[in-house]
Design a protein around this ligand. Structure first.
Ligand SMILES: [Fe+2]
Length: 265
């Protein structure tokens, strides 16, 4: 892949966002949310890739994956009016379909477009399948880290009320009830993967977001999460209890072990 390809993809993406805009003020703001998320993920995946000293060519591929990983969100809003995959369809496979339909990657060699499409399809799975080829695994790891890093940033900003603009998109479908799901806390404290189906309120979503720390692939990403104080913000927005404290300790210990020293905000 060459720089000109990426430039053409960026132009296509901007145009696609423009034609996706809707009359509805709510959908309009949701589209803006996904547009800005995409642009930040693009920038983050490039930074994570640079921390790994990837080649110029690999950084371009990573950039394309960052740019297109959520392209399905725009059609999801149009068709279903929701970001909830469970109530509509998987936005990653929807995005892969959009890219194929528009022939966006047609200029690339087959191998290259296939790795981009597959990494997009893998970006939102809870668990990656076993036995992925090395190159695909690298890009799947990159996009999963960049996406999680940005989602943690968005929610942290939202919880500290520095950014209220997208409240309806972020909080529209989960009740703001007190307490949290026992199952999520137990899984987390036992070092098990949390189940999305256990999310019943906003606190549960925060706990699930916290559990992502254990699924971060690269030290740079982990260190960014701590440097920016995302964990402390998320923990601080949850009810205070001995369980939440235990989760906080578990996360800090894990990160300190992986990073040596825990970077602080
Ligand atoms: Fe995303």
């Amino acid at each position: 892949m060459r720089r000109e390809h990426l430039t053409a993809f960026q132009q296509w993406f901007s145009h696609y966002v423009e034609i996706s805009h809707s009359e509805s003020p709510q959908f309009h703001s949701w589209i803006k949310l996904k547009d800005s998320h995409t642009r930040r993920v693009f920038e983050k995946i490039t930074r994570i890739g640079s921390s790994l000293k990837l080649s110029e060519e690999e950084l371009l591929t990573a950039g394309a994956i960052g740019l297109f990983h959520d392209v399905g969100r725009f059609r999801q809003i149009k068709l279903y009016g929701t970001f909830n995959d469970g109530r509509s369809e998987n936005h990653a496979t929807l995005g892969a379909r959009v890219l194929k339909e528009y022939g966006v990657l047609a200029e690339l060699p087959e191998e290259e477009s296939s790795v981009i499409i597959k990494a997009i399809e893998l970006h939102n799975l809870r668990d990656l399948p076993e036995g992925l080829p090395d190159r695909l695994l690298l890009f799947a790891h990159l996009i999963r880290d960049a996406d999680k890093l940005d989602i943690l940033e968005v929610f942290s900003r939202y919880y500290t009320r520095r950014d209220d603009e997208f409240a309806t998109a972020l909080d529209s479908y989960l009740p703001d009830t007190p307490g949290y799901s026992r199952a999520l806390v137990e899984d987390l404290l036992k070092n098990k993967r949390c189940n999305y189906s256990d999310i019943k309120n906003r606190n549960d979503r925060k706990i699930l977001n916290l559990s992502w720390v254990f699924d971060i692939n690269f030290p740079y990403t982990l260190s960014e999460i701590f440097k920016n104080g995302f964990i402390d913000i998320m923990i601080g927005s949850l009810p205070q209890s001995s369980e939440i404290e235990a989760i906080h300790r578990l996360i800090d210990d894990y990160a300190a072990q992986r990073l040596g020293v825990l970077p602080r905000s």
